[in-house]
Design a protein around this ligand. Structure first.
Ligand SMILES: Cc1cc2nc3c(=O)[nH]c(=O)nc-3n(C[C@H](O)[C@H](O)[C@H](O)COP(=O)(O)OP(=O)(O)OC[C@H]3O[C@@H](n4cnc5c(N)ncnc54)[C@H](O)[C@@H]3O)c2cc1C
Length: 344
């Protein structure tokens, strides 16, 4: 019987497991992959993600993150180029998740897929690919993927996420936000050269590079000589942007990360939310707070960031009237940056 079983070693699960292990709790962190992997993500980390990483003894710059100082936005023929209102880094998810998983130490059990979980006595019985595990509490951190029997109730219609690493793209210290018909993309440098193109789509995928290029003159220029480094984009279906876990839930099952709230990509920071929710769940468990109380508190804490990120995503897609004016974009970026903070 483990005291806590954390399911999924992404940012949320790792943060919870590291904090619980450091507090002396007996915790197992179950991860289905054999090794750290690429996942669909823009790989943009801001100051809230950095603050949570510092709590866990990690630093995005020391991990090799490329510093980002500017944000460029293109829509049709219009574009803006403004200074980012906070420090930010571009760090591949394989590197970030690998560092977090290493920091989790002996709690991590790789290549263990959790197939189901049901209440038993005072705790939970987990069915896994490596046999059964009993735990008093579960932290559900499976990210975009629902655990069988535990769907995200009331989740909004899902979007599709795509990611492709590219050569032949020069981004310097800028991240670019590139709306196009049916979605929008983020493009930012990879630390060793080239760029990460990541997109959220609301319709059929089509040919990603061609669709993004067609969305704006800026995208056309940035991606003119782009060469995909992979055969095809990495894809994740079923991203329910806007989902928020209700202030309820069965006793002893704490949802964190994308299982607790799915913030719009590129205007909100999912990794920061994931890390902070994992830390908050660990605090709740250490304080003896029940899962429903934790969910209610996290719902309140993430409400503002979720609302503002949704508004900014809408503005980005709808192309604001004052778009051409860098001053308007800069002011909006500063406002959204201030209102989407999740660090305590
Ligand atoms: C298109 C797109 C772009 C994005 N861009 C950014 C960005 O630039 N910056 C940012 O901050 N956020 C971004 N996000 C959001 C970010 O990727 C997520 O919010 C974040 O990864 C959530 O972390 P998590 O730990 O909850 O889940 P995940 O990172 O998805 O991790 C879940 C883990 O659980 C494991 N797992 C799943 N099921 C099981 C199982 N049954 N048993 C065992 N293990 C299991 C998985 O292998 C994985 O390791 C983006 C998202 C999308 C879709």
């Amino acid at each position: 019987m483990a005291e806590v079983a954390v399911i999924g070693a992404g940012p949320a699960g790792c943060a919870a497991a590291i904090a619980l292990a450091r507090a002396g709790r007996e915790v197992v962190l179950l991860e289905r992959s054999q090794a750290p992997q690429e996942s669909v993500c823009g790989e943009f980390l801001g100051r809230d993600a950095a603050a949570a990483l510092h709590c866990l003894g990690l630093d995005p710059a020391a991990l090799g993150g490329a510093t980002l100082r500017r944000v460029r936005i293109g829509h049709g023929g219009r574009e803006a180029d403004v200074t980012l209102p906070f420090p930010a880094w571009a760090l591949p998810r394989r590197v970030l998740d690998g560092a977090l998983q290493a920091a989790a130490g002996p709690a991590l059990r790789r290549a263990v897929t959790v197939l189901g979980a049901g209440p038993e006595g005072e705790g939970w019985r987990l069915r896994t690919s490596a046999g059964e595990i009993l735990a008093r509490r579960i932290v559900l951190a499976t990210g975009k993927h629902a655990l069988r029997g535990h769907p995200r109730e009331g989740a909004p219609p899902p979007s599709l996420g795509l990611k492709l690493h590219l050569a032949g793209v020069e981004m310097a210290d800028a991240v670019a936000l590139l709306p196009f018909a049916g979605g929008y993309a983020g493009l930012q440098p990879l630390p060793g050269g080239g760029a990460n193109l990541c997109a959220a789509l609301h319709g059929p995928p089509g040919e990603l590079l061609a669709r993004v290029r067609a969305g704006s003159a800026l995208a056309g220029r940035l991606l003119r000589d782009a060469r995909p480094l992979w055969d095809r984009p990495l894809a994740v279906a079923g991203v329910p942007y806007g989902f928020r876990q209700a202030a309820s839930g069965p006793p002893g099952l704490y949802r964190v990360g994308d299982q607790a709230a799915v913030i719009p990509s590129f205007t909100g920071e999912g990794v920061a939310l994931a890390l902070h929710s994992g830390l908050a769940a660990a605090e709740a468990i250490l304080a003896g707070q029940e899962a429903a109380g934790f969910h209610a508190a996290w719902r309140r804490r993430s409400a503002g960031p979720m609302r503002w990120a949704a508004l900014a995503a809408w503005v980005l897609r709808a192309s604001p009237t004052g778009f051409a004016a860098a001053g308007a974009v800069g002011a909006l970026a500063r406002l959204v940056a201030a209102r989407t903070r999740v660090a305590a």
